[in-house]
Design a protein around this ligand. Structure first.
Ligand SMILES: [Zn+2]
Length: 160
């Protein structure tokens, strides 16, 4: 089983993966039944999406009589984490904390969830750094704006 998917999963493929993770091994007919109403997908659409997932190595195929059975080759937990990590890799390092806080504020959480987060935060407090440094490209985040204004005459862009 792969730990993190190196190839991206599209939103449509993600919906298929969720059905397979929950009901594997699953037939394309079953997957279509689950998704047809809400997604308005025909059997051909589902088959195309499954085919792409097989090509990407995320789903395995096993023939049983006339039917094909599909199973996940990547774990749900790893894939969810990879998806979230992907989001945070595309924002400025200085905005990660505030974004996480915002996500927590908006999420509906159980007491157990909150306990889990509190335990992690307690550990994080011990390893906390004084300042987070931006590692964005100049021109891709506000951190560089003051610098760029100061050096406007030189028209030079320097990473800090
Ligand atoms: Zn930045």
């Amino acid at each position: 089983m792969q730990t993190t998917p190196a190839v991206k999963i599209t939103e449509a493929e993600w919906e298929i993966m969720r059905v397979i993770w929950t009901n594997q091994p699953a037939t394309s007919r079953f997957i279509t039944e689950v998704l047809s109403e809400q997604m308005n997908w025909k059997s051909a659409t589902v088959k195309t999406l499954i085919g792409r997932l097989v090509e990407k190595g995320f789903v395995s195929t096993k023939k049983q009589g006339k039917k094909y059975l599909y199973s996940a080759m990547i774990s749900e937990e790893d894939s969810i984490n990879a998806l979230a990590t992907d989001v945070f890799e595309h924002i400025c390092a200085t905005k990660v904390g505030a974004t996480l806080a915002n996500q927590i504020e908006q999420a509906t959480l159980s007491r157990d969830d909150i306990q889990l987060i509190e335990d992690i935060l307690q550990k994080k407090k011990e390893q906390a750094v004084e300042k987070i440094f931006c590692d964005c490209l100049p021109g891709q985040c506000q951190c560089h704006n003051s610098y760029m204004k100061e050096n406007e005459n030189e028209k030079r862009i320097v990473r800090h």
